[in-house]
Design a protein around this ligand. Structure first.
Ligand code: DC
Length: 229
């Protein structure tokens, strides 16, 4: 990969606002958007449907290699529309249960390897905003702009709660915070591409920031770097 890459990586824990921010920045720049978490979520769903055990690393990696996942236009509330085969699964992959399944399959090194090239293929002109946990460390290590978004677990639970209520789903804020903390632990403690900022990532704590403020900040950083005009 060359230094001329037009790649912005946005990593961080679940609920830090990566999806919303990445999508908004991709829109503003007219770039592609990679929601890498959706790949792990769809794999978790495919595994459940095909009854592949979350302990069966080789079976899950084989499934990852042939996973018929595709992306469509954005949904204002749910982000990019996601399909497994011809079936729209946008909503189904956004449940807490699907998040936990994703986090489990994502902990397996063979699964991560099987999904690597598919993620790199999103690096196509005019550029890509890549959202995930290991975009800056593993998938696009040469990206010229790397952001690591954080927010307190309490604030992330509050944001998730508001999202669920807006969708008309019930939610318990304490249970959400516990799930978020448990997922942070699993994502950070795994040996394969754990959640951590790349050495050259800029960390942005969004606890006290609005979505618009974060988007403006990332746009300013992108414009200050030489690869965005
Ligand atoms: O960003 P998300 O909540 O959709 O991600 C779901 C899970 O997938 C998350 O708990 C960890 C995993 N994941 C990952 O391991 N690496 C990525 N690049 C993106 C997501």
């Amino acid at each position: 990969m060359s230094q001329q890459q037009a790649v912005i990586t946005i990593d961080g824990p679940g609920g830090a606002g990566k999806g919303t921010i990445s999508l908004a920045v991709a829109h503003r720049l007219g770039w592609n958007y990679l929601d890498s978490g959706a790949l792990y979520r769809v794999l978790g769903l495919a595994a459940s449907r095909k009854q592949i055990s979350f302990d069966n690393e080789a079976g899950l990696a084989a499934e990852a290699a042939v996973l018929a996942v595709s992306f469509g236009a954005d949904d204002p509330l749910l982000g990019v529309r996601v399909y497994l085969d011809k079936d729209e699964v946008t909503d189904e992959i956004r449940t807490e249960q699907a998040g936990t399944a994703a986090s489990r399959v994502a902990a397996l090194p063979a699964v991560r390897t099987a999904l690597l090239q598919r993620q790199r293929d999103f690096d196509a002109p005019p550029g890509v905003v890549a959202d995930g946990r290991d975009m800056g460390t593993t998938v696009f290590p040469d990206a010229p702009l790397k952001i690591f978004l954080t927010a307190s677990a309490e604030e992330r639970a509050r944001r998730r709660y508001k999202q669920l209520i807006k969708k008309g789903d019930g939610a318990n804020i304490r249970a959400l915070q516990e799930e978020i903390e448990e997922r942070d632990r699993r994502d950070s403690e795994r040996s394969a591409s754990p959640l951590r900022p790349a050495d050259d990532a800029l960390e942005l704590d969004t606890t006290e920031m609005s979505i618009e403020e974060v988007v403006e900040k990332v746009m300013a950083l992108a414009q200050a770097s030489q690869f965005v005009r």
